[in-house]
Design a protein. Structure first.
Length: 335
């Protein structure tokens, strides 16, 4: 195909030996960088760099956007204890500041954290009507209890029981729940989704919901590796998830990758090489290198940006991201 990924017109240079005058500058492929700022997996005892208060979340989100993230995936935490909270009032203490200080797309979690009801998980998004929310594509085990085995000193009373409770936790995302979220947020409020797929079956769940007409393309499919309860972070699985998504969604989707913990940067690099988009952030990994804590979200964004640019790719701007994902625009949110 003329004008393929190399940007070189195939004019027969190999035959004539003449470097073609028609050679045009390569149009670099745009890579969407999502940064997930704080999440609901890690606990404050693990790292002093996890953003907790609205001030910290806003500051880290703005820095991540300045470093190159065009989507900010956001959870809230109780400012006093750091425990994940679904309270819309807490979200509203940082969302307007992020909007004022960046052009990045705000993406609010609907996965929330352990122990939250579906209504609680949706409350912040219902209030804020953001351009995007996450949408977790199936019920599953979600084990974060091994973190408790590695940490012996705690900062807050809730941390150890919270982690250990995940032994007996089902992350509930039934078909009825998916339908509720798609109708209430998608059809009702013009929200578009980061479809979080932790295993092959989740891709089929999404295809099923597409077949039933609940969501329209283009789909932003976030394939997730290395969560205990989901598919492991092995390169063969990366390829299998990609090929399965290709078969199910053809060119009606954009593929993104996140991998938990030490797999984060390697998997994002492989995804970028394979034509995908990437997600980094302290929600998914608290490290910047083997055994070295990241000092903030922006450090991870800067690292993946360097890698992307070394691969002759470019990070997508917020405007390019909005166009690719058909988002409603920052003027149409309620914060
Ligand atoms: N931390 C991710 C693996 C959500 O917010 O909806 C899961 C996540 C869930 O991002
Ligand atoms: Zn999240």
């Amino acid at each position: 195909m003329a004008g393929d990924d190399t940007g070189v017109e195939h004019t027969g240079v190999g035959h004539t030996g003449v470097w073609p005058e028609t050679r045009r500058k390569a149009a670099k492929r745009k890579v969407i960088v999502t940064c997930a700022i704080t999440g609901a997996i890690h606990v404050p005892a693990q790292t002093p760099h996890l953003p907790i208060t609205p001030d910290e979340i806003a500051a880290d989100a703005v820095a991540a956007a300045e470093a190159g993230a065009s989507i900010l995936h956001l959870h809230a935490r109780d400012p006093a204890t750091g425990r994940p909270t679904p309270d819309p009032d807490v979200f509203m203490r940082f969302l307007p500041r992020i909007k004022q200080q960046t052009d990045a797309v705000v993406n609010i979690t609907t996965g929330g954290g352990q122990g939250m009801t579906l209504d609680e998980r949706l409350a912040a998004a219902v209030r804020a009507e953001p351009e995007m929310t996450s949408l977790n594509m199936g019920s599953m085990n979600f084990g974060i209890y091994p973190i408790a085995e590695r940490h012996l000193s705690w900062k807050h009373d809730w941390e150890k029981p919270y982690l250990e409770a995940s032994r007996d936790f089902i992350f509930r995302n039934t078909f009825a729940d998916l339908e509720t979220i798609m109708k209430r947020l998608g059809q009702g409020l013009g929200v578009r989704f980061e479809f979080e797929c932790y295993d092959v079956g989740h891709l089929y769940n999404l295809a099923h919901m597409v077949d039933r007409g609940f969501v329209e393309p283009p789909f932003f499919v976030q394939t997730i590796f290395g969560i205990l309860g989901g598919i492991a972070a092995e390169p063969a699985h990366l390829l299998h998830m990609r090929q399965t998504a290709d078969r199910l969604f053809g060119n009606a989707y954009h593929w993104s990758v996140l991998a938990a913990g030490r797999h984060q940067m390697g998997f994002c690099t492989q995804a970028a090489l394979m034509g995908g988009h990437v997600r980094v952030g302290l929600e998914d990994s608290i490290y910047i290198a083997a055994g070295e804590l990241a000092t903030g979200n922006a450090q991870q964004v800067a690292k993946i940006r360097r890698i992307i640019e070394e691969l002759s790719l470019e990070v997508a701007t917020p405007a390019e991201t909005r166009a690719m994902l058909a988002l409603k625009g920052a003027d149409h949110v309620a914060f």
